[in-house]
Design a protein around this ligand. Structure first.
Ligand code: ZN
Length: 138
C-alpha cells in the first residue's frame, strides 16, 4: 500500500535496520524496543492484521519468527523470548501492516506477563461452547 509505513520499509523508501530478508519476509530492529534485540517480522505483502492475512503470509512470518527468536537469544545471551502480535486497536496495534514482535528476555528484565483473570464456576464451559459454535459455522 502506498501510504503504509512498513510497505515503505519493504520498498526501501525509508531506512530500517534490516537484519533478515527473503522473497516474502522482512525483519528489522524495532526503534522502541522492550529489550535490546527486539525485532519486527513482517510479510512483504501488505495485510492490515493477523486476522486478515493470507495463510502463506502467516506461515512465512511464523517460520522466520522462530529463526529470529533463536538468533536474538544467541546474539544477546537472552534466556528466552516472547513472540507477540497485536491484532486491532484494542489489542494495541498501531501500525496496520501485520507484524510479529520477537522480544528477547532476560532474568529480571522487568517486563510483566499478562495478568490472568479466573472464570466463575461453570463459565469456562460456556466460553468453550461459544468458540466451538463459531468454528462450526465455518
Ligand atoms: Zn503495508
Amino acid at each position: 500500500m502506498q501510504d503504509c509505513l512498513f510497505c515503505k520499509f519493504v520498498r526501501k523508501e525509508l531506512p530500517a535496520e534490516i537484519v533478515y530478508e527473503d522473497d516474502t519476509v522482512l525483519v528489522f530492529v524495532d526503534i522502541k524496543p522492550n529489550n535490546p534485540g527486539h525485532v519486527l517480522v513482517l510479510p512483504k505483502a501488505h495485510a492490515d492484521t493477523f486476522a486478515d492475512a493470507p495463510e502463506e503470509s502467516i506461515q512465512a512470518i511464523a517460520l522466520v519468527a522462530q529463526r529470529m527468536g533463536r538468533a536474538v537469544m544467541k546474539a544477546f545471551g537472552a534466556t528466552g523470548f516472547n513472540i507477540g502480535v497485536n491484532n486491532g486497536q484494542t489489542a494495541g496495534q498501531v501500525i496496520y501492516h501485520l507484524h510479529m514482535h520477537v522480544i528477547p528476555r532476560f532474568e529480571g528484565d522487568g517486563l510483566e506477563h499478562w495478568h490472568g483473570k479466573p472464570y466463575q464456576d461453570g463459565e469456562i464451559a460456556e466460553v468453550g461452547q461459544k468458540i466451538r459454535n463459531v468454528l462450526s459455522l465455518g
